[in-house]
Design a protein around this ligand. Structure first.
Ligand SMILES: [Zn+2]
Length: 99
């Protein structure tokens, strides 16, 4: 059995791309989100998670707590730290969970 070194994937936005690794992130979408996303420092999976939640601006993130955001697929502690820093820079903060 001969194994191909690259695989063809189609992303949710219909871009066809080839990757030799198991990483299926679409380079075209990554490029687009770099240009348009309000938090370009966030990793692509974290950006997608935010977009899937309908979050398009920093202010919307202040309606969520860190604990809630951490449960979104693709969002890890490093993303939370970046979100937190960005909010703080704007004078905003994440929602604090009720004790
Ligand atoms: Zn794509």
């Amino acid at each position: 059995m001969k194994k191909d070194h690259s695989h063809t994937f189609t992303c949710i936005n219909g871009h066809v791309f080839q990757k030799s690794s198991d990483c299926r992130s679409c380079p075209q979408c990554a490029e687009m989100s770099k240009k348009t996303f309000f938090l370009p420092t966030l990793s692509a999976p974290a950006q997608r998670a935010l977009q899937q939640k309908g979050i398009h601006e920093l202010r919307q993130l202040s309606e969520w707590s860190a604990q809630e955001i951490l449960q979104w697929h693709g969002v890890g502690p490093s993303a939370i730290a970046k979100i937190h820093d960005a909010l703080t820079a704007e004078g905003l903060s994440l929602k604090t969970t009720k004790a």
